[in-house]
Design a protein around this ligand. Sequence first.
Ligand code: SAM
Length: 285
Amino acid sequence: MELWYTEQHTDSVRFSIKVKRHLLSEQSDFQRIDVFESDEFGKFLTLDGLMMVTEKDEFIYHDMIVHVPMASNPGIRNVLVIGAGDGGTVRELTRYDSVAHIDMVEIDKKVVDVCIAYLPQLSCRLGDKRVHIHYEDGLKFVRQKQNAYDLIIVDSTDPFGPGEGLFTKEFYGSCVGALSNDGILVNQHESPYYPAYARNMKRAHRRIREFFPVCRVYQAHIPTYPSGHWLFGFASKSIDPLCLDADKWNALGLKTGYYNTDLHKAAFALPNYVTEMLENADDES
Ligand code: SAM
Protein backbone atom coordinates (compact mmCIF):
# COMPACT_ATOMS: atom_id res chain seq x y z
CA MET A 1 0.00 0.00 0.00
CA GLU A 2 1.25 3.50 -0.86
CA LEU A 3 0.95 6.42 1.55
CA TRP A 4 0.80 9.98 0.14
CA TYR A 5 0.70 13.40 1.82
CA THR A 6 -1.67 15.59 -0.20
CA GLU A 7 -2.18 19.33 0.22
CA GLN A 8 -5.01 21.21 -1.43
CA HIS A 9 -3.43 24.29 -3.06
CA THR A 10 -6.66 25.50 -4.68
CA ASP A 11 -10.13 23.97 -5.10
CA SER A 12 -8.85 22.23 -8.22
CA VAL A 13 -5.11 21.79 -7.60
CA ARG A 14 -3.45 19.32 -5.25
CA PHE A 15 0.21 18.70 -4.43
CA SER A 16 1.33 15.25 -3.21
CA ILE A 17 4.49 13.69 -1.77
CA LYS A 18 4.91 9.96 -1.41
CA VAL A 19 5.45 9.21 2.27
CA LYS A 20 7.64 6.50 3.75
CA ARG A 21 6.51 6.99 7.34
CA HIS A 22 4.11 9.20 9.26
CA LEU A 23 6.34 9.93 12.25
CA LEU A 24 4.09 12.08 14.43
CA SER A 25 0.62 13.55 14.67
CA GLU A 26 -0.30 15.73 17.64
CA GLN A 27 -2.84 18.40 18.43
CA SER A 28 -1.44 21.39 20.35
CA ASP A 29 -3.50 24.21 21.85
CA PHE A 30 -3.04 26.07 18.55
CA GLN A 31 -2.79 23.62 15.66
CA ARG A 32 -2.35 20.08 14.44
CA ILE A 33 1.33 19.15 14.10
CA ASP A 34 2.49 16.37 11.75
CA VAL A 35 5.94 15.09 10.78
CA PHE A 36 6.43 12.80 7.77
CA GLU A 37 9.39 11.09 6.18
CA SER A 38 9.76 10.85 2.40
CA ASP A 39 12.36 9.78 -0.15
CA GLU A 40 12.27 12.96 -2.21
CA PHE A 41 12.08 15.71 0.45
CA GLY A 42 13.42 13.97 3.54
CA LYS A 43 11.50 14.70 6.74
CA PHE A 44 8.88 17.42 6.61
CA LEU A 45 6.67 19.35 9.05
CA THR A 46 3.08 20.38 8.42
CA LEU A 47 0.79 22.50 10.60
CA ASP A 48 -2.96 22.14 10.19
CA GLY A 49 -2.28 20.21 6.99
CA LEU A 50 -0.11 22.93 5.42
CA MET A 51 3.53 22.51 4.48
CA MET A 52 5.97 24.41 6.73
CA VAL A 53 9.42 22.99 5.99
CA THR A 54 11.06 20.04 4.28
CA GLU A 55 14.64 18.98 4.83
CA LYS A 56 15.33 19.21 1.11
CA ASP A 57 14.16 22.74 0.25
CA GLU A 58 14.27 24.56 3.61
CA PHE A 59 17.66 26.06 2.75
CA ILE A 60 16.07 28.21 0.04
CA TYR A 61 13.52 29.78 2.37
CA HIS A 62 15.95 30.30 5.24
CA ASP A 63 18.74 31.68 3.07
CA MET A 64 16.39 34.21 1.58
CA ILE A 65 14.59 35.29 4.76
CA VAL A 66 17.89 35.82 6.63
CA HIS A 67 20.77 36.67 4.28
CA VAL A 68 18.93 39.30 2.24
CA PRO A 69 18.40 41.61 5.24
CA MET A 70 21.73 40.68 6.88
CA ALA A 71 23.65 41.62 3.72
CA SER A 72 21.60 44.81 3.34
CA ASN A 73 22.80 46.10 6.72
CA PRO A 74 26.00 44.53 8.08
CA GLY A 75 25.47 46.53 11.31
CA ILE A 76 22.54 44.39 12.50
CA ARG A 77 23.07 43.32 16.14
CA ASN A 78 19.66 42.84 17.75
CA VAL A 79 17.11 40.66 16.02
CA LEU A 80 13.50 39.71 16.73
CA VAL A 81 12.22 36.56 15.05
CA ILE A 82 8.47 35.91 15.18
CA GLY A 83 7.20 32.37 14.61
CA ALA A 84 9.99 30.23 13.11
CA GLY A 85 9.50 27.40 15.61
CA ASP A 86 11.40 24.95 13.39
CA GLY A 87 14.63 26.85 14.13
CA GLY A 88 15.85 27.32 10.53
CA THR A 89 15.82 31.12 10.64
CA VAL A 90 17.69 31.18 13.95
CA ARG A 91 20.22 28.68 12.59
CA GLU A 92 21.14 31.04 9.76
CA LEU A 93 21.22 34.13 12.01
CA THR A 94 23.63 32.50 14.47
CA ARG A 95 26.19 32.15 11.67
CA TYR A 96 26.86 35.90 12.02
CA ASP A 97 29.32 36.75 14.81
CA SER A 98 28.06 40.33 14.56
CA VAL A 99 24.60 39.33 15.84
CA ALA A 100 24.55 39.91 19.61
CA HIS A 101 20.99 39.03 20.65
CA ILE A 102 18.09 37.11 19.11
CA ASP A 103 14.60 37.09 20.62
CA MET A 104 12.52 34.33 19.07
CA VAL A 105 8.79 34.60 19.83
CA GLU A 106 6.89 31.44 18.99
CA ILE A 107 3.29 30.99 20.08
CA ASP A 108 3.41 27.18 20.18
CA LYS A 109 6.02 25.47 22.36
CA LYS A 110 4.97 22.10 20.98
CA VAL A 111 6.26 23.03 17.51
CA VAL A 112 9.69 23.78 18.96
CA ASP A 113 9.74 20.57 21.01
CA VAL A 114 8.74 18.50 17.96
CA CYS A 115 11.40 20.12 15.76
CA ILE A 116 14.09 19.54 18.38
CA ALA A 117 13.08 15.86 18.48
CA TYR A 118 12.54 15.24 14.74
CA LEU A 119 14.26 17.98 12.73
CA PRO A 120 17.75 18.61 14.18
CA GLN A 121 18.93 19.90 10.80
CA LEU A 122 16.72 22.94 11.48
CA SER A 123 16.63 23.22 15.26
CA CYS A 124 20.36 22.65 15.86
CA ARG A 125 21.19 26.25 16.88
CA LEU A 126 18.23 26.98 19.15
CA GLY A 127 20.55 26.43 22.13
CA ASP A 128 22.98 29.20 21.04
CA LYS A 129 23.57 31.49 24.02
CA ARG A 130 22.45 34.57 22.05
CA VAL A 131 19.02 33.01 21.42
CA HIS A 132 16.18 33.79 23.86
CA ILE A 133 12.95 31.91 23.19
CA HIS A 134 9.64 33.42 24.34
CA TYR A 135 6.48 31.32 24.08
CA GLU A 136 4.01 34.12 23.36
CA ASP A 137 1.90 35.67 20.67
CA GLY A 138 4.21 37.81 18.50
CA LEU A 139 1.51 40.47 18.15
CA LYS A 140 1.44 41.05 21.91
CA PHE A 141 5.23 40.79 22.34
CA VAL A 142 6.09 43.43 19.77
CA ARG A 143 3.60 45.93 21.24
CA GLN A 144 5.77 46.32 24.32
CA LYS A 145 9.03 47.06 22.46
CA GLN A 146 10.42 50.45 21.51
CA ASN A 147 13.54 51.06 19.39
CA ALA A 148 14.84 47.64 20.42
CA TYR A 149 15.71 45.79 17.18
CA ASP A 150 17.72 46.32 13.99
CA LEU A 151 15.84 43.53 12.25
CA ILE A 152 12.44 41.86 12.68
CA ILE A 153 11.85 38.63 10.74
CA VAL A 154 8.27 37.40 10.57
CA ASP A 155 8.53 33.68 9.79
CA SER A 156 4.91 32.86 10.41
CA THR A 157 2.15 30.58 9.26
CA ASP A 158 -0.41 31.93 6.78
CA PRO A 159 -2.79 34.80 7.67
CA PHE A 160 -5.41 32.65 9.38
CA GLY A 161 -5.42 30.76 12.68
CA PRO A 162 -2.65 31.86 15.09
CA GLY A 163 -0.77 33.75 12.34
CA GLU A 164 -3.67 36.09 11.47
CA GLY A 165 -2.60 38.90 13.80
CA LEU A 166 0.86 39.03 12.20
CA PHE A 167 -0.64 40.44 8.98
CA THR A 168 -2.61 43.30 10.58
CA LYS A 169 -2.04 47.06 10.53
CA GLU A 170 -1.72 47.00 14.30
CA PHE A 171 1.16 44.55 14.04
CA TYR A 172 3.03 46.49 11.34
CA GLY A 173 2.56 49.72 13.34
CA SER A 174 4.05 48.04 16.42
CA CYS A 175 7.00 46.83 14.32
CA VAL A 176 7.77 50.42 13.28
CA GLY A 177 8.00 51.36 16.97
CA ALA A 178 10.09 48.31 17.87
CA LEU A 179 12.69 48.96 15.16
CA SER A 180 15.71 51.26 15.33
CA ASN A 181 16.08 54.12 12.81
CA ASP A 182 17.71 51.91 10.21
CA GLY A 183 15.58 48.90 11.19
CA ILE A 184 14.39 46.32 8.66
CA LEU A 185 11.21 44.22 8.65
CA VAL A 186 11.25 41.06 6.53
CA ASN A 187 8.25 38.78 6.30
CA GLN A 188 7.11 35.74 4.39
CA HIS A 189 4.78 37.34 1.90
CA GLU A 190 2.77 34.49 0.40
CA SER A 191 2.58 33.69 -3.34
CA PRO A 192 1.40 35.86 -6.23
CA TYR A 193 0.25 32.94 -8.36
CA TYR A 194 -3.04 31.51 -7.12
CA PRO A 195 -5.73 34.16 -6.46
CA ALA A 196 -6.38 33.35 -2.79
CA TYR A 197 -2.67 33.69 -1.95
CA ALA A 198 -2.29 36.74 -4.18
CA ARG A 199 -5.08 38.52 -2.28
CA ASN A 200 -3.24 37.96 1.01
CA MET A 201 0.00 39.12 -0.57
CA LYS A 202 -1.53 42.35 -1.88
CA ARG A 203 -3.22 43.09 1.41
CA ALA A 204 0.04 42.62 3.33
CA HIS A 205 1.91 44.86 0.88
CA ARG A 206 -0.74 47.58 1.06
CA ARG A 207 -0.64 47.59 4.83
CA ILE A 208 3.15 47.54 5.16
CA ARG A 209 3.71 50.41 2.74
CA GLU A 210 1.51 52.66 4.87
CA PHE A 211 4.15 52.44 7.58
CA PHE A 212 7.55 52.17 5.86
CA PRO A 213 9.20 54.55 3.36
CA VAL A 214 11.13 51.66 1.80
CA CYS A 215 8.80 48.80 0.86
CA ARG A 216 9.99 46.18 -1.61
CA VAL A 217 9.18 42.59 -2.46
CA TYR A 218 11.58 39.84 -3.52
CA GLN A 219 11.10 36.27 -4.70
CA ALA A 220 12.43 32.74 -4.49
CA HIS A 221 11.56 29.36 -5.91
CA ILE A 222 10.37 27.06 -3.12
CA PRO A 223 9.21 23.77 -4.67
CA THR A 224 6.93 22.60 -1.83
CA TYR A 225 4.98 25.86 -1.34
CA PRO A 226 1.82 26.52 -3.39
CA SER A 227 2.84 27.20 -7.03
CA GLY A 228 6.53 27.11 -6.00
CA HIS A 229 6.75 30.89 -6.51
CA TRP A 230 7.10 32.56 -3.13
CA LEU A 231 7.55 36.18 -2.09
CA PHE A 232 9.18 37.97 0.83
CA GLY A 233 8.52 41.53 1.95
CA PHE A 234 11.42 43.89 2.73
CA ALA A 235 10.42 47.09 4.55
CA SER A 236 12.65 49.62 6.19
CA LYS A 237 12.80 53.14 7.54
CA SER A 238 15.94 53.98 5.54
CA ILE A 239 17.83 50.99 4.13
CA ASP A 240 17.44 50.15 0.45
CA PRO A 241 18.32 46.47 -0.13
CA LEU A 242 19.48 47.30 -3.65
CA CYS A 243 22.31 49.50 -2.29
CA LEU A 244 24.30 46.43 -1.34
CA ASP A 245 27.96 46.24 -0.31
CA ALA A 246 28.48 42.83 -1.92
CA ASP A 247 32.21 42.70 -1.13
CA LYS A 248 31.49 43.14 2.56
CA TRP A 249 29.07 40.23 2.68
CA ASN A 250 31.30 38.03 0.52
CA ALA A 251 34.24 38.74 2.82
CA LEU A 252 32.35 36.94 5.62
CA GLY A 253 32.95 33.67 3.74
CA LEU A 254 29.54 32.18 4.58
CA LYS A 255 28.75 29.13 2.47
CA THR A 256 25.14 29.15 1.28
CA GLY A 257 23.20 26.80 -0.98
CA TYR A 258 20.89 29.39 -2.58
CA TYR A 259 21.75 32.97 -1.63
CA ASN A 260 24.56 34.92 -3.26
CA THR A 261 25.00 38.65 -3.77
CA ASP A 262 24.14 38.54 -7.51
CA LEU A 263 20.94 36.69 -6.70
CA HIS A 264 20.25 39.24 -3.91
CA LYS A 265 19.80 41.99 -6.50
CA ALA A 266 18.12 39.74 -9.04
CA ALA A 267 15.51 38.54 -6.54
CA PHE A 268 14.03 42.06 -6.45
CA ALA A 269 13.46 42.00 -10.23
CA LEU A 270 9.87 40.79 -10.37
CA PRO A 271 7.78 39.44 -13.24
CA ASN A 272 5.50 42.06 -14.80
CA TYR A 273 2.30 40.49 -13.49
CA VAL A 274 3.64 40.65 -9.92
CA THR A 275 4.77 44.27 -10.28
CA GLU A 276 1.30 45.16 -11.54
CA MET A 277 -0.34 43.41 -8.61
CA LEU A 278 1.83 45.34 -6.17
CA GLU A 279 1.22 48.66 -7.91
CA ASN A 280 -2.52 47.99 -7.85
CA ALA A 281 -2.52 46.57 -4.33
CA ASP A 282 -5.11 49.19 -3.30
CA ASP A 283 -7.69 47.86 -5.74
CA GLU A 284 -8.98 44.95 -3.66
CA SER A 285 -9.33 44.18 -0.01
N1 SAM B 1 8.51 28.57 6.90
C1 SAM B 1 7.14 28.42 7.23
C2 SAM B 1 6.16 28.86 6.21
O1 SAM B 1 6.27 29.96 5.66
O2 SAM B 1 5.25 28.08 5.96
C3 SAM B 1 6.86 28.97 8.58
C4 SAM B 1 7.43 28.03 9.55
S1 SAM B 1 7.27 28.30 11.24
C5 SAM B 1 7.01 26.63 11.73
C6 SAM B 1 5.76 29.15 11.53
C7 SAM B 1 5.48 29.28 13.02
O3 SAM B 1 4.76 30.49 13.28
C8 SAM B 1 4.65 28.15 13.61
O4 SAM B 1 5.45 27.35 14.44
C9 SAM B 1 3.55 28.87 14.40
O5 SAM B 1 3.27 28.27 15.64
C10 SAM B 1 4.13 30.26 14.53
N2 SAM B 1 3.13 31.31 14.77
C11 SAM B 1 1.93 31.44 14.16
N3 SAM B 1 1.29 32.52 14.65
C12 SAM B 1 2.10 33.08 15.58
C13 SAM B 1 1.97 34.21 16.44
N4 SAM B 1 0.87 34.98 16.44
N5 SAM B 1 3.02 34.51 17.26
C14 SAM B 1 4.14 33.74 17.27
N6 SAM B 1 4.29 32.63 16.50
C15 SAM B 1 3.28 32.32 15.66
